[in-house]
Ligand binder design. Structure first.
Ligand SMILES: NC(=O)c1ccc[n+]([C@@H]2O[C@H](COP(=O)([O-])OP(=O)(O)OC[C@H]3O[C@@H](n4cnc5c(N)ncnc54)[C@H](O)[C@@H]3O)[C@@H](O)[C@H]2O)c1
Ligand SMILES: [Zn+2]
Length: 678
C-alpha cells in the first residue's frame, strides 16, 4: 500500500483490525503472531494513512490508545495517572525533529535529557503506602491494568518496604519487569527438555511469567524489576528533575539501570545512542532501544501529552533482532562428529544488523517442535553474534506449496547410513573417516589453535588437501613433508608458504598431553575435559585402557562422556590413528601435577595453577631464567614454558595454569612463591 492516495476506507479499516489482532495476541495472550518490526511497519503505514484522511480514523485505532484491555482472571484496577506509551523514532533525523519540537514548545534553546536503555519487558506500576507495598498493576490499556500483587511480590528486586524511616504517605513507582538473557536461555532449555512450548524472546517470557494465575510459577521465573519513574506521590515533594527522582528511588531500594545518563541537547542523545548501540549485544538483558526523557519536571508539565504518549519523551528504536522471512529450502550439513544439522535456506533478510540467509534448525526434534515446513513464513531471531535461529512459524501465512522437511536417510556427503542413537536428539552419519565432511571438520579441529596448533593449515587448504586425497587421516599431515611438490600445486601456495607450513607441522610434534587428547576430537571431550583427563591418568596408555567406571571417577566426567571416550578408543581406526601419530614423533612431557607439595623429580613438566595476576609473559620468562630454567626463544607452547589460555603478550589473569619444565623442586617452589601462586 505505498500509494496512499488510492487507499480506501476499507483498506484503512482492514489495517486497523489487523493491528488490533496483533496487539491482542501480543498484549493479552503474550503470544505475538508477528515480530515487532512487522507490527511497527504496519503501524507506521496506518499513521500515514490516518494523516492523509483524519476523517477516517477509527475509534479503536491503535494510534489512539495504549496496549489492550486485560481479559483474564485478574482483577482490573484503574491507574491513578494513566500509563501511556511512547512515540517512536527509528533514525537520527526523527530524533532531531523531536528535539526541535520540544525546544519550540518549551521555548528553550537547549534541553537536558535523561537517557535510559529501553528494557524489553513489560511496564508495571507499584503502589506503596507508608513505605509498604500494597499493590502492583500491569499497564493494561493504560487506563486500567491487572492486579498482579501476589506475583510481583515474588520478585526479589521489588522492595516490599522502602528503605527509609520517612517514606512518602503514597508513592507509585513505575518500572519494567524483564527477564535477563541467561535466565531466558535456561527457561527455554528446560522447556525443550520437558517437551514444552518455548518462548520466542525474553520479553514474551517475562510477560508470560508475570501474568500467571499461580504466583508459585512466577516465583520460579528469573524476573527482575528496574524502576524508571515516579508515577504519582502524595504528601511528598518530588525532585525537580527526573534523573534525581531515579536517584531517590535507588536510595529507597529500587534497582535502576546502571547505564542511564543525563546529557545536553540532541547531540548528547545521538552520542549516547552510538555508545549504547555498540554495547547492546554484550548486555546481560535485552534492550530494544533508548528512551529519551526531558529531564526537567517543570518542562515535562509544560509539554504535556497527546492521545497515547507524552510529548516530553521518545523511544529511539534499535535495528530489529527479529524479522519475518520465507524458508526456501532445508540443507543438511555434516559436522566433525557426523552430526547432521538441518539448516534453513532463507529469503535473505536484514536482521540484527546484518543480512541473514541461513538459520539453524538444530535437529529433527526442533523441526517437529516448530512444526516448520519448506516455503513457510517464519520469524528469524538474531541477537548479538549468536547463530540466527528460526523461532516461530507463521502458520496462518502457510502457502499452498508448503512441504514437509524430509530428513535424509543417507549422508548427503558420503552416502553412508544415518543413525539416531536412542536418547539423543542428533542424527549422525555412520561413515566415520570415510565421510569427507567429517574428515575435513575433524582435521580442522585437529590443527586448531587449542589443539595441535598448526599455523598455516587453514580451512581452505585442508579442504583442498582432502579433495586431492592427499590427506585422509591426521597422520597424513605429518607425511606432507615428503610431498612438497604436491603442496606447491595447491592454490596460493609458494615456496615460502610451503616451507613455513612444514616447519609449523614439525614444531607441532612437540606438544602437551592435554592438547593431544583434545585434538583427537573425542565427542564431548572439550579443552577442559581433556585437561582433567590427562592430569588424572598421566599416561596415554592408562587413559586408553580406562573402563567407563574408571572414567566416571574423574571430576567432571559423567556417564555420557565416559561412554564416548570408551567408544572412541574401542574403534580400531582410532587406535591406529593414535599409534600412527606417535610413530610420526609426536611427544609430550608426561608428569602433570597440581599439588606443589607432591612434586615428583625434576626435569619434567609441571602444571601449576595459581593466581598469577601480576605478571606478563615476558616477566614470567625472565623470572624462569633467573631461577635457572632453560628458556630459549619466546615463552610459548613450543618452548620451555607454557602459559595456557591467553594470547601472547597479554597479562596473566587469575587462576591460569603455568606449565614449567623445572630444574629442581626447590627452585620451582621458589619460583611459585615469587609468582604468588603458593
Ligand atoms: N509483535 C506484535 O504483534 C506487537 C503488537 C503490539 C505491540 N508490539 C510492540 O510493542 C511496542 C509498542 O508497545 P508500547 O505501547 O508498549 O510502546 P513501547 O514499547 O514503544 O514503549 C513504552 C514502553 O516502554 C517500556 N520501557 C522500557 N524502558 C523504559 C524506560 N526507561 N522508561 C519508560 N518506559 C520504558 C515500558 O514498558 C513502556 O510501557 C512496539 O515495540 C511494538 O512493536 C508488538
Ligand atoms: Zn557422511
Amino acid at each position: 500500500m505505498s500509494d496512499h492516495q488510492a487507499s480506501t476506507l476499507a483498506d484503512l479499516q482492514a489495517l486497523t483490525k489487523k493491528l488490533n489482532d496483533y496487539s491482542y495476541a501480543y498484549h493479552v495472550q503474550d503470544a505475538p503472531v508477528v515480530p515487532d518490526a512487522e507490527y511497527d511497519r504496519c503501524y507506521r503505514e496506518l499513521q500515514q494513512l490516518e494523516a492523509l484522511h483524519p476523517e477516517w480514523v477509527q475509534p479503536d485505532s491503535p494510534t489512539q490508545r495504549v496496549g489492550e484491555k486485560p481479559d483474564n482472571g485478574f482483577v482490573s484496577v484503574e491507574h491513578t495517572i494513566p500509563m501511556l506509551s511512547l512515540d517512536n523514532a527509528f533514525d537520527h533525523d526523527s530524533m532531531i525533529d523531536f528535539d526541535e519540537r520540544v525546544r519550540k514548545l518549551a521555548n528553550a534553546t537547549s534541553i537536558t535529557y535523561c537517557c535510559e536503555p529501553k528494557l524489553d519487558g513489560l511496564a508495571i506500576s507499584i503502589r506503596y503506602e507508608d513505605g509498604r507495598l500494597v499493590r502492583g498493576v500491569t499497564r493494561g490499556d493504560g487506563l486500567t491494568g491487572e492486579d498482579i500483587t501476589s506475583n510481583i511480590k515474588t520478585i526479589y528486586s521489588v522492595p516490599l518496604k522502602l528503605r527509609t524511616d520517612n517514606p512518602p504517605p503514597v508513592l507509585e513507582v513505575r518500572g519494567e519487569i524483564y527477564m535477563p538473557k541467561a535466565g531466558f536461555d535456561k527457561l527455554n532449555q528446560q522447556a525443550v527438555e520437558k517437551g514444552e512450548k518455548t518462548f520466542v524472546n525474553p520479553r514474551n517470557a517475562a510477560a508470560g511469567s508475570l501474568r500467571q494465575l499461580d504466583p508459585k510459577i512466577t516465583a520460579s521465573r528469573p524476573l527482575v524489576l528496574c524502576a524508571y519513574s515516579i508515577g504519582y506521590a502524595e504528601g511528598w515533594q518530588q525532585p525537580e528533575s527526573h534523573y534525581e527522582g531515579l536517584l531517590q528511588l535507588a536510595e529507597w531500594g529500587f534497582k535502576t539501570n546502571s547505564l542511564m545518563a543525563r546529557v545536553n541537547g540532541v547531540q548528547g542523545c545521538l552520542d549516547y545512542y552510538d555508545k549504547l548501540a555498540a554495547e547492546r549485544d554484550g548486555l546481560s538483558y535485552d534492550i530494544d532501544g533508548i528512551v529519551y526523557k526531558v529531564d526537567s519536571i517543570a518542562q515535562q508539565k509544560q509539554l504535556g501529552f497527546v492521545a497515547r504518549a507524552p510529548r516530553w519523551a521518545i523511544a529511539r528504536k534499535f535495528p530489529a533482532q527479529e524479522e519475518v522471512t520465507q524458508i526456501l529450502g532445508v540443507d543438511f550439513q555434516v559436522g566433525r562428529t557426523g552430526a547432521i544439522t538441518p539448516v534453513a535456506r532463507l529469503q535473505p533478510t536484514f536482521v540484527g544488523g546484518v543480512t541473514v540467509s541461513n538459520a539453524t534448525l538444530h535437529n529433527q526434534d526442533e523441526i517437529e517442535r516448530l512444526g516448520v515446513k519448506v516455503n513457510d513464513w517464519v520469524v528469524i531471531r538474531r541477537a548479538g553474534d549468536v547463530i540466527p535461529q528460526v523461532v516461530q512459524v507463521l502458520e496462518e501465512r502457510r502457502p499452498d506449496n508448503a512441504q514437509e522437511v524430509v530428513f535424509p536417510t543417507h549422508c548427503p556427503v558420503c552416502d553412508s547410513d544415518i543413525e539416531r542413537v536412542a536418547g539423543e536428539a542428533v542424527q549422525r552419519c555412520t561413515g566415520g573417516l570415510v565421510c569427507g565432511a567429517q574428515l575435513k571438520e575433524r582435521l580442522k579441529h585437529f590443527v586448531s589453535r587449542k589443539a595441535m596448533d598448526i599455523d598455516g593449515l587453514g580451512d581452505k587448504l585442508i579442504e583442498q588437501l582432502v579433495d586431492a586425497k592427499l590427506v585422509t587421516t591426521p597422520v597424513d599431515i605429518y607425511l606432507l613433508k615428503d610431498k612438497p611438490a604436491r603442496l606447491l600445486a595447491m592454490e596460493r601456495m609458494g615456496d615460502k608458504s610451503v616451507e613455513k607450513l612444514l616447519n609449523a607441522i614439525e614444531q607441532s610434534k612437540r606438544t602437551l598431553f592435554n592438547r593431544f587428547v583434545y585434538a583427537l576430537g573425542i565427542r564431548e571431550v572439550g579443552e577442559a575435559t581433556a585437561r582433567t583427563l590427562t592430569q588424572y591418568f598421566v599416561s596415554l596408555d592408562k587413559l586408553m585402557a580406562a573402563t567407563e567406571a574408571e572414567l566416571i571417577e574423574v571430576e567432571d566426567v559423567g556417564p555420557i562422556v565416559a561412554q564416548h571416550i570408551r567408544l572412541f578408543f574401542d574403534q580400531e581406526d582410532n587406535v591406529a590413528t593414535v599409534e600412527g601419530l606417535l610413530a610420526q614423533g609426536i611427544t609430550w612431557e608426561t608428569a602433570l601435577k597440581t599439588d606443589v607439595s607432591e612434586l615428583p623429580l625434576a626435569g619434567k613438566t609441571y602444571v601449576v595453577t595459581g593466581t598469577l595476576s601480576r605478571y606478563s609473559r615476558d616477566e614470567v620468562k625472565d623470572l624462569l631464567i633467573k631461577l635457572g630454567a632453560k628458556v630459549s626463544g619466546s615463552v610459548s607452547a613450543k618452548t620451555d614454558c607454557l602459559v595456557a589460555g591467553e594470547k601472547a603478550g597479554s597479562k596473566l589473569t587469575k587462576a591460569q595454569s603455568l606449565e614449567v619444565p623445572v630444574m629442581d623442586e626447590d627452585a620451582l617452589h621458589a619460583m611459585l612463591v615469587e609468582l604468588g601462586a603458593v
